[in-house]
Design a binder for this molecule. Sequence first.
Ligand SMILES: [Zn+2]
Ligand SMILES: [Zn+2]
Length: 265
Amino acid sequence: MSVLNKQYLEQEEQIQALSEKWRDTLENQTLTNEEEYSKVDVFPIIPQIQLQVDLSDYQGFILELFTLLEENQPGLAGDIAKLKEVLTMDVLGQWFQEGIAVNHLFFEEFAKNANVKDWLPMFAAEHGVRPFLQKAAAELNEILKEAKAHHGCPACGEPSRLAVISKTGKKEITCPRCSYSWEEKKISCAHCGCEEPGKIEILRVEKDDRAEVHVCHECKGYTKVIDTRKLIRKDAPQLLDSKFIHLDYIAQEHGYGVSEGKDVH
Ligand SMILES: [Zn+2]
Ligand SMILES: [Zn+2]
């Protein structure tokens, strides 16, 4: 493992620990309104409802994330100072909405106007919304079970690019943003639902039987499938996603993709 990868993973682990702490602070809040979400009849639900959030919580998460990033990468200090200056409550409200929607264009434009690294606003905004997505998905759990066709996460809409083989040998698609997970047939495409024999191919990593990539010839999509029975420690899906990022590169080298790119920093 290269030094860069090691540092990247250490930072991911630190961010994950922060994220779990943030998620705990939201435990006693209710972010969704049943009257509102019961009227929504298509998935994903969260982008169609207004989450009841206290933006000062969101602000606190982002500021803590900035501190962590700055400690790991002192070169970001200037950019972070610039962002802190423009991050008013109004802007935080925008970041929250666009962070939920994963609006790449909005954040690229924002970065350009603020004259900071192009990935930084989106990275901070998107990580800051995850604890809210996770809390909301937990509140919506019952209604989410009604989703039949999954062409992405029924809670937040994230493309299904990560699955785990659970202790009982079942294939569960897990959302690295909101942590909602659902069971799927072993051989089926998590993007288009294709189950035709021969259309789903399995790419394996040499000398590593813990993980494989399921690619679909029909829609050119892929899903990383990680056998958690073969892992020494059970990491959160967000960390598994990062630890097996080489599988994304393998899939992409073979010409497969997911409907939305995930930025890697
Ligand atoms: Zn999700
Ligand atoms: Zn497919």
